[in-house]
Design a protein around this ligand. Structure first.
Ligand SMILES: [Zn+2]
Length: 267
């Protein structure tokens, strides 16, 4: 017979510290999933705070914190007052613009990198725009073309019209991902080059001409020409930036159309 009082051997099992998620993160995660999968529609009101406390059996502080997390992530809009509460907000192009803008600023992304990215993407935007543009898209581009050709426009107005046109081409692509990304990119480039104090009438005329030529290709649904002309229009910018490192010089070259041979664009 074995003796009954033998002590069992000590276990060799080792445990790591257990990471317990915060209850507010868990609740926020659950609500976020329901917003993103469409179960909670845009504009729908979430249950009142009191009701959420009752349903989830979590504390009032936890429920508040969860709603606060969703608000910061722009997934709910909190309205104060008697008819207030938390209302569902699905992510939009604008949320993407904000995220990309924060990334560009927070990571101190260099102008040369912004330019390279634009050089790669914008001809494709023009190609898609030629395929997908609506009459409303064309009206936007025509408006920007008119504004950029206005001889009375000051520098700020000229640069704004330039930005509006580039954003207009991106919108005409009707590709939501490209739209969010390119709008953030265009705004950052605009912010990085707005001191272009010596943009003269010659440069303005060349820019207006390039924009008109690309607009014409988009209007005619000629995707190859739209891509090629856009490539020519934006390509030289990044090269110049890398070479000169001088912002003023760069801005001039960006706005002047370059021949195909220099740009490496498909012809
Ligand atoms: Zn331009």
């Amino acid at each position: 017979m074995e003796p009954a009082n033998t002590t069992p051997p000590r276990s060799d099992i080792r445990l790591s510290p257990v990471d317990v998620p915060k209850s507010s993160d868990v609740l926020a995660g659950e609500l976020r999933e329901r917003i993103l999968n469409g179960e909670l529609a845009e504009g729908a009101a979430l249950p009142a705070e009191r009701e959420l406390v009752k349903q989830t059996q979590m504390s009032r502080a936890t429920v508040r914190e969860a709603l606060r997390i969703l608000e910061v992530q722009n997934l709910v809009r909190v309205k104060p007052g008697r008819a207030g509460g938390a209302f569902v907000q699905r992510p939009t192009t604008k949320s993407m613009v904000n995220s990309v803008t924060m990334l560009i600023r927070g990571q101190h992304i260099k102008l040369v990198d912004l330019m390279e990215t634009r050089e790669a993407l914008e001809p494709f935007c023009a190609e898609l725009a030629a395929r997908n543009r609506t009459d409303e898209d064309l009206a936007e581009l025509d408006r920007a073309n008119q504004a950029i050709a206005d001889p009375e426009a000051d520098l700020a107005q000229f640069l704004q019209a330039n930005l509006d046109w580039h954003v207009g081409v991106t919108m005409a692509s009707h590709n939501e991902l490209l739209m969010g990304f390119m709008i953030a990119l265009s705004q950052a480039i605009y912010a990085g080059t707005e001191n272009a104090a010596f943009i003269d009438s010659e440069i303005r005329a060349a820019t207006a001409k390039a924009h008109r030529a690309i607009t014409a290709a988009i209007r005619e649904r000629d995707d190859a020409a739209a891509a090629r002309r856009m490539c020519r229009h934006v390509h030289s910018y990044a090269d110049e930036l890398a070479e000169s490192g001088q912002r003023d010089a760069i801005v001039v070259r960006e706005l002047v159309a370059h021949p195909d041979t220099e740009s490496g664009c498909r012809s």
